[in-house]
Ligand binder design. Structure first.
Ligand SMILES: Cc1ncc(COP(=O)(O)O)c(C=O)c1O
Length: 423
């Protein structure tokens, strides 16, 4: 690579960091954020619903013919569900529990697709009874579970497109290639089950716009081949999720990805229902984590700050996805510019007794004292939902702040509705 693109990358990263710093600074200065910190203490997540609505609007503007279904697994929060339901968004679930959560919010099952390729027969039966009509399979055993399903149930075959550069290469676990897809279509025909179409997921946090377009192109080609070969007709294409978000460096925008997808998809709009299941891109920027310094230690490798949230809690994305969240000291946010003289490298550790509970190393920070606040933006996706209660620590509360809130008011939403997985 020439020196020039790298220089551009560095500049773009600096610009992104400056933008995130300014956004975080503005958020922490609001009455609602101050009130949330006063009510909950730290750690606390600040959730701005307007950013969720904005991302949904962006996706709709970029791909107006796609029916979006928010992947609830990214952040199964009551206020997010209500905001998206009100905006007209559909929902994508992976479990009966997520479906039940949506039901409690009055979301009709007709707006829900169930895209987990492997599920218990009882879960399928419950979802069908509740009114869900779209399901995904990727193997014979799963297909056979739909032998007696009502005729209006849509079954999609999940295809695999490996993306080793994604944060989560979902095709490493699910999906089939063209050969197995043909086998499933043939087998379904013999069982009297109608395959309505195909789905894929290019991998979560995939910064490769062309991959989205290529996967759609290959899937459409496969659909055309199989229609001819088996004399069947498909009517649905689900392009999955995967849209990336800029954590600590710039990524392709929704608009850039859409610009490549549109010419591939547009010729098929009259006969295909096109769905998508985005999760991360809808909610990642909507939450900011506020933590504080609990302890300070000089260790062999220098200064360590011990915080009250860590990789077994809201920073679970560091461990599960190798995300590198930006971490700003409130001291820096409060003053314009930085005082280079008083800054030092430090390690930021989480609160548990496990030595792998390290959030970041070699972070440049001002001198911090116990009680000082730190904030990480872009903490909305795959954070709270994958946090654990390791060491008996409670899950970090989520406070709704931002637009739509009267100044100074804080809606403290209990995290009970958020699913918890313990590794
Ligand atoms: C089946 C399925 N759909 C949608 C998503 C959401 O993907 P993303 O958050 O990358 O948009 C996932 C993520 O794991 C998934 O497994």
């Amino acid at each position: 690579m020439s020196a020039e693109p790298r220089a551009l990358d560095a500049r773009a990263t600096r610009t992104l960091t400056d933008l995130r710093r300014a956004e975080t600074s503005a958020l922490l200065a609001t009455d609602a954020a101050r009130a949330a910190i006063a009510v909950h203490g730290t750690p606390v997540m600040l959730l701005d619903l307007e950013r969720v609505r904005r991302q949904y609007r962006r996706l709709r503007n970029a791909l107006p013919f796609v029916r979006f279904h928010y992947a609830v697994k990214a952040l199964a929060h009551d206020a997010v569900i209500d905001a998206l339901a009100e905006a007209g968004c559909g929902f994508d679930v992976a479990t009966g529990d997520e479906l039940a959560l949506l039901g409690r919010h009055g979301v009709s099952a007709g707006r829900v697709i169930h895209t987990h390729p492997v599920k218990k027969a009882s879960e399928i039966a419950d979802a069908i009874t509740a009114g869900v009509r779209t399901f995904v399979v990727d193997n014979d055993t799963e297909l056979e579970k739909f032998a007696d399903a009502p005729a209006d149930v849509r079954i999609l075959v999940r295809l695999a497109y490996r993306s080793p550069h994604a944060k989560s290469d979902l095709s490493a676990k699910f999906g089939v290639g063209a050969f197995e897809a043909a086998h499933l279509v043939e087998r379904a025909k013999r069982l009297g089950i109608r395959i309505s179409g195909f789905s894929f997921h290019v991998g979560s946090q995939l910064d490769d716009p062309q991959r989205f377009a290529d996967a759609a192109t290959e899937t459409l080609q496969l659909m055309a081949d199989l229609e001819k070969r088996f004399r069947v007709r498909f009517d649905t294409l689900d392009i999955g999720g995967g849209f990336p978000i800029a954590y600590d460096s710039p990524v392709a925008s929704v608009e850039q990805i859409a610009a490549l997808l549109r010419p591939v998809l547009e010729p098929h709009l009259r006969r295909l229902d096109i769905l998508a299941e985005p999760g991360r891109v809808m909610v990642a920027e909507a939450m900011t984590l506020v933590t504080s310094v609990v302890g300070i230690a000089e260790r062999a490798d220098g200064r360590w700050y011990h915080l009250d949230d860590g990789v077994y809690g809201s920073y679970s994305n560091v461990m599960t996805e190798d995300v590198h969240p930006l971490i700003f000291a409130e001291r820096d946010l409060r003053r314009a510019g930085t005082d280079a003289g008083s800054r030092r490298w430090a390690t930021l550790a989480g609160p548990t007794c496990d030595s792998s509970d390290v959030i970041a190393r070699e972070v440049t920070l001002p001198e911090l004292a116990v009680g000082d606040l730190l904030a990480s933006p872009v903490m909305g996706a795959y954070t709270t939902v994958t946090a654990t209660r390791f060491n008996g620590r409670p899950l970090t509360p989520i406070a709704v702040v931002g637009q739509g809130m009267p100044t100074g008011e804080v809606a403290a939403v209990p995290v009970g509705a958020v699913r918890q997985t313990v590794p």
